[in-house]
Design a protein. Structure first.
Ligand SMILES: Cc1cc2nc3c(=O)[nH]c(=O)nc-3n(C[C@H](O)[C@H](O)[C@H](O)COP(=O)(O)OP(=O)(O)OC[C@H]3O[C@@H](n4cnc5c(N)ncnc54)[C@H](O)[C@@H]3O)c2cc1C
Length: 580
C-alpha cells in the first residue's frame, strides 16, 4: 500500500469539509481532501447556498447590529431543553470572524440576506433580516480544468442546467411572460447560458450552493490543497489513542494517508443509510420510506468511521433529519430524482391535502414544519404522503415541483405520471386517489378564506417568513389581500404527490465547541473532528431559520482548522491567527 503524508486529511468535499480544508491551508497546514464521488461538492453543490450567520459583517455594514444575546436568546427559545449554550456561543462568536476570513483571504464572496427573516417570527428574538448570507455568483472559469470535477446542480432544479438565484432573479423567471423587463432579463440569461454550453459544455455562471462549492474549491486549490475525487475513506488509522489518518480506496489501489494534525469527517451524514434511517427516523420503519434530496453518496460513512474510533452518534434530536416534502421525478433511465419542494408552497393558489382531501398545515411554513405538520396529521402506520394541488393559472405561472411554468410544456410530466391533471376537482381527486367530496369542500372553504385574506385554519401568511415565501405583487394585482393565498378557480386542476424526505440529516457525531469528536465519556478523541452533517447538529432537530446546516458547517470547519493548527508543534502554529 502506498503511503502519503499530510497535516490534515479531510474526508468529504461539501461545505463542512472544504471550510476546514481552506482555513487549514491558510494556516500553513498541508491538506488532502478525499472525496468518494467522481466530482466534489456533495449536497452542498445542489443547495441554495444560504448560511445562517448572525451578526455577519454584511449585516453590520448595512446597519443591522445586534448583540450576541439576541440570536442566542432566539436559539434558547427555539431549542428549549436541547439548547447547548457552549456550542451555540462558540458558533455565534465565530460566525462573523469566519465570514471576514473568507471574504478577505479567499475566492468566496457573499451576498446579504438582510431582508430574510427567521422561520418563526412569533418566537421571541426572531429577526426580520440580517442573519443570513448566500454565496455570491462565481465564474466557473476560475477553476480551470478542475471545473470538470465540480458536481453540477441537481438537473431538475435548473433550466437546461442553468441555476436560478432566489429573490429578484427567480421573480424575473416567473414574470417572463407578463413583463417585458423580465422577458429581457430571462432572454439574456438563457443566451449567455447557451453560449457557455457551446464553449464549455456547462454553465459557467455558478450560483447558490454550486457557487459556494466552486469558490471554496478554487480557494482550496489556490492554497495548495490536494483534492482527490473517487477516493472513499474506508477506515481510520490510529496511533495509540490518537486518530492519525485513514486508508483510501483510490482508482490506483489502497492508499494510506497519514495526517499529523488529524482527520475531519465531513461525509454529509446518513441520508442514504437505510440502517441508520431505520433506527433514527420513526416514519421510516425499514429505512426506505424516506427519500432524501441529499447527495446519493452520503451513506453514513463518516458516522460509522467515527464510531470505530469511539465516537458517539446522538439519538436525542427532536428530528434526526432536516425534513422536507419531496416528489419523485421519473428519469429517462428508469430512476427517480428526489425533488425537494422549497419554493412554490407559499405562493398564492396552492393547497396541500392528505388523501382524505383535507388540509393539514400552513403550506407557507418551512419545509421542516410542513413535514412535522403532515407527520402529526397522519394516523400511525399510514404512508407519509400528501398532494400539492393548484389550478391551471397557478400551474402556468409558478409551476409545481419539477413541472415548470409556461412556456415549458406540461405534457412530458403528465405522460410520465409525475403531474396529475383533472378537468374538475372531482376528476383530479379520482386520478390521485383523494376523497373527492372532501377535496371540493376543502377548496370551497379555502377559496372563501383566500378572498377574505384570513386562513382561519392554519394562519397562512401571518409571519414575515410566510410573507416572504408568498407573492405580494401578484396577489395584490388580483385583489387577494394575503400574499400566500389565492383561490383555486378554473380547471384543469393539477396535483403532485409528495412523500417524506429531507435536505440532509441532523443526528451525527457528538462534538465539543472545537468540533472534536467526543467519546462515551464526553472526552475529545485526539486527532478526530467532525464537520457538516457528520457533526451532531447544534440545532438538535429544530429548524429555526434557513441556512442552519450550511452556516454551522462553515463555522465549525473554520474552528476545527484553527484548533488543529494550534496543536501543531511547528512554526506555522505559532503564527496561526487564534479564533479566541
Ligand atoms: C436542494 C437543496 C437545497 C438546500 N439548500 C440549503 C441552504 O440554502 N442552506 C442550508 O443550510 N442547507 C441547505 N441544504 C442542505 C445542505 O445542502 C446540506 O445540509 C449540506 O450541504 C451538508 O453539507 P456537508 O458538508 O455535511 O455534506 P455534503 O455537501 O453532502 O458533502 C459530503 C461529501 O462527502 C462525500 N463522502 C461520503 N462518504 C465518503 C467517504 N467514505 N469518503 C470520502 N468522501 C465521502 C460525499 O460524496 C459528499 O460529496 C439544501 C439541500 C438541498 C438538497
Amino acid at each position: 500500500m502506498s503511503v502519503v503524508q499530510c497535516d490534515l486529511l479531510v474526508i468529504g468535499s461539501g461545505a463542512g469539509g472544504l471550510s476546514a480544508a481552506v482555513t487549514a491551508a491558510h494556516l500553513g497546514l498541508k491538506v488532502i481532501v478525499a472525496e468518494k464521488d467522481a466530482q466534489f461538492g456533495g449536497t452542498t453543490a445542489w443547495s441554495g447556498g444560504w448560511m445562517w450567520l448572525p451578526r455577519n459583517p454584511l449585516a453590520v455594514e448595512a446597519g443591522i447590529v445586534e448583540p450576541i444575546d439576541e440570536p442566542l436568546s432566539y436559539l434558547r427559545h427555539e431549542l428549549g431543553d436541547r439548547f447547548d449554550e457552549a456550542r451555540a456561543r462558540a458558533f455565534l462568536e465565530a460566525a462573523p470572524r469566519m465570514v471576514e476570513f473568507f471574504r478577505s483571504n479567499t475566492a468566496l464572496r457573499f451576498i446579504d440576506g438582510n431582508a430574510i427573516p427567521d422561520f418563526h417570527g412569533r418566537t421571541p428574538h426572531a429577526s426580520l433580516g440580517g442573519r443570513s448570507l448566500c454565496a455570491a455568483p462565481f465564474d466557473g472559469r476560475r477553476l480551470g480544468a478542475r471545473i470538470a470535477d465540480l458536481k453540477p446542480p441537481l438537473p431538475e432544479t435548473t433550466l437546461w442546467g442553468m441555476g436560478i438565484a432566489s429573490g429578484a432573479e427567480l421573480r424575473h423567471f416567473f414574470n417572463a411572460l407578463r413583463k417585458p423587463a423580465s422577458l429581457w432579463y430571462v432572454t439574456q440569461r438563457v443566451l449567455a447560458h447557451a453560449k457557455d454550453l457551446l464553449l464549455h459544455r456547462r454553465g459557467m455562471r455558478l450560483l447558490n450552493g454550486n457557487a459556494l462549492i466552486a469558490s471554496l474549491a478554487a480557494s482550496a486549490l489556490e492554497a495548495g490543497v490536494d483534492i482527490r475525487t473517487r477516493c472513499p475513506a474506508r477506515r481510520l488509522l490510529r496511533d495509540g489513542e490518537r486518530v492519525s489518518g485513514a486508508v483510501l480506496a483510490t482508482p490506483e489501489g489502497a492508499v494510506e494517508v497519514q495526517a499529523s494534525c488529524g482527520v475531519v469527517l465531513a461525509c454529509g451524514g446518513f441520508p442514504h443509510d437505510d440502517l441508520r434511517k431505520r433506527t433514527l427516523l420513526p416514519h421510516a420503519p425499514t429505512g426506505k420510506e424516506h427519500w432524501s434530496a441529499a447527495s446519493r453518496g452520503n451513506t453514513g460513512d463518516g458516522l460509522r468511521l467515527g464510531e470505530t474510533a469511539g465516537g458517539q452518534v446522538a439519538t436525542d434530536a427532536l428530528q434526526a433529519a432536516a425534513l422536507a416534502p419531496v416528489s419523485l421525478v421519473p428519469r429517462a433511465d428508469g430512476s427517480f430524482a428526489h425533488f425537494p419542494h422549497l419554493i412554490e408552497r407559499g405562493k398564492p393558489g396552492l393547497i396541500a391535502v392528505t388523501r382524505r382531501g383535507q388540509r393539514f398545515t400552513n403550506e407557507a411554513d418551512s419545509y421542516h414544519d410542513f413535514m412535522q405538520g403532515l407527520l402529526a396529521a397522519l394516523p400511525a402506520g399510514e404512508p407519509v404522503q400528501a398532494w400539492l394541488v393548484c389550478d391551471h393559472a397557478f400551474m402556468r405561472h409558478y409551476g409545481l415541483g419539477a413541472a415548470k411554468p409556461a412556456p415549458m410544456p406540461l405534457s412530458p410530466m403528465i405522460a410520465n405520471g409525475y403531474l396529475k391533471r383533472g378537468r374538475t376537482l372531482a376528476d383530479l381527486a379520482k386520478v390521485c386517489g383523494i376523497d373527492g367530496d372532501a377535496l371540493q369542500k376543502t377548496v370551497q372553504r379555502y377559496n372563501a378564506q383566500a378572498l377574505s385574506g384570513k386562513d382561519e385554519d392554519f394562519s397562512k401568511g401571518e409571519t414575515p417568513y410566510n410573507r416572504m415565501q408568498g407573492d405580494a405583487p401578484f396577489a395584490s394585482e388580483r385583489g387577494w389581500p394575503n400574499p400566500c393565498m389565492g383561490p383555486l378557480q378554473r380547471g384543469p386542476f393539477y396535483a403532485v404527490k409528495v412523500v417524506a424526505g429531507s435536505l440532509g440529516t441532523f443526528a451525527g457525531l457528538k462534538t465539543n465547541a472545537h468540533a472534536q469528536v467526543l467519546d462515551a465519556q464526553d472526552q475529545p478523541i485526539a486527532g478526530l473532528y467532525a464537520g457538516g452533517n457528520d457533526m451532531n447538529s447544534m440545532m438538535a432537530g429544530h429548524y429555526p431559520s434557513g441556512g442552519i446546516t450550511l452556516g454551522p458547517a462553515m463555522v465549525f470547519g473554520w474552528l476545527a482548522a484553527h484548533h488543529m493548527a494550534e496543536q501543531m508543534p511547528t512554526p506555522a502554529a505559532a503564527d496561526a491567527v487564534s479564533p479566541d
